[in-house]
Design a protein around this ligand. Structure first.
Ligand code: ZN
Length: 95
């Protein structure tokens, strides 16, 4: 089921899950009980806990909200794959 956003004038936004066929235009604010109107946003689909759904969400989100890093990541953390796996090549002179 999709998640919808409702806004209370005093408390702010509240997210609620409703079936698409029965989403109300207003609901009672969980904090103060006043009427909270549904915000005109698209339904948030695919917010799941499975790794595949999180990957799809992160991929879609990176198109509009790319991650900004302060510097280029160091190459030290990356494992370097050996050029050859022949054990005889290990005894060759190194530059
Ligand atoms: Zn409220």
């Amino acid at each position: 089921m999709p998640t919808y956003l409702f806004r209370c004038a005093t408390c702010g936004d509240t997210e609620r899950v409703f079936p698409m066929a029965s989403v109300p235009a207003t609901l009672d604010c969980p904090a103060c009980g006043a009427s909270a109107r549904r915000r005109p946003t698209g339904a948030v689909l695919g917010v799941g806990t499975s790794p595949a759904m999180r990957l799809l969400d992160a991929t879609a989100r990176s198109a509009s909200e790319p991650a900004v890093v302060p510097s280029v990541p160091a190459a030290g953390g990356r494992r370097v794959r050996p050029v050859t796996t022949n054990p005889l090549h290990r005894r060759l002179p190194r530059p």
